[in-house]
Ligand binder design. Sequence first.
Ligand code: GLY
Length: 421
Amino acid sequence: MKAYDLRKKYLSFFQSKGHSVIKSASLIPDNDPTVLFTTAGMHPLVPYLLGGKHPQGTRLTDVQKCIRTGDIDEVGDPVHLTFFEMLGNWSLGDYFKKEAIEFSFEFLTSKEYLGIPVEMLAVTVFAGDENAPFDEEAFNQWRSLGIPEKRIAKCAKEDNWWGPAGITGPCGPDTEMFIITDKEPCGPDCSPACDCGRYLEIWNDVFMQYNKQADGSFIPLKQKNVDTGMGLERTICVLTGKKSVYETDAFADILAKIGELCGKTYDPNDTENVRAFRIVADHTRTATMIMGDRKGVTPSNVDQGYVLRRLIRRAVRFGMELGMQEGFTAEIGKVVIEQYAEVYPELKQNEAFVLEQFKLEETRFARTLRQGEREFEKAVSRMGESKVIDGMVAFNLYATYGFPIEMTRELAREHGLTVDE
Ligand code: GLY
């Protein structure tokens, strides 16, 4: 299964159930100043979850571009991504739990769609707490479809609750769907609630029936909605039995281009280079998506531009580790644009802008690095016998010259020094 096939199957399945396909909204939220990026499929739909009339009806389906940078330092491991695509189907006051779960079950198990054997499926439902009761309806619905009780775990709010997208707004209990892998159970209580790796989550159906208030209370929404979320890259990874999202077709061309540019080959077992390959791939893909969005964000020191600058500069640093020459980010950006041009046509429309911004930012960063290195050498010459770079020196290199702490660490190591961080 490839990303292209999953997108197509998903949208056509929900079209056959009366859903209209809506375009991915911008990565820069239109109606929520509290966040920099669209982080989930529900984000752009909040006004409609609150009762507004959507021009395309009450049953919608989409592939939404999403960015989450909270775990940027984890990128490089097998699973973390800063950009991902979220498949979703939406009921705006139309169907609710019964139909949502029936649709999910059919898409997952029907041979025409994913064809997953029922024995390989497990689910979780909301266990209930002081704000909302145990989700008995979802529990009974899964039972009626043939999921035995022992494969339905009841979980608390940390695991089985979604939203609001900001501080207040639509939210509710969810039910989550997992593939059972051939990994042995971790113990007698091993269940989908456990993160030992035997159960891999691929989808959630959120039942948006509450509106969280500023005082922390939950009041029932007038209109009951369904919001589902299936992360495209993750699901392809699980369905194809790969160990990492970077080994799916979503990254094949990007990693091949990086390999061509640095004269190495991406190899998940190459502990020396695998992290750098993944960081360059992830960050250039995300940066391309941000700049190729219809809002035309540029690298800067504030807001979305700050995140963009950080992504490009991290990509450059790790690209340098792989031995790449200046100008490589634009080369990778071209591959990203080709790969996604059909799904997100705005990328092609903004191609010249994206490539130009990559080049300008690489040039600015090269200047920063040269200046920072000069200042580093001056600071070292003033250190005398000390083997430790003072914290204030490292701070000034960053605050005054924009020289990243990682570069200070690296130069220190080359000089046989450490940094008092
Ligand atoms: N359906 C909520 C999410 O996965 O983003």
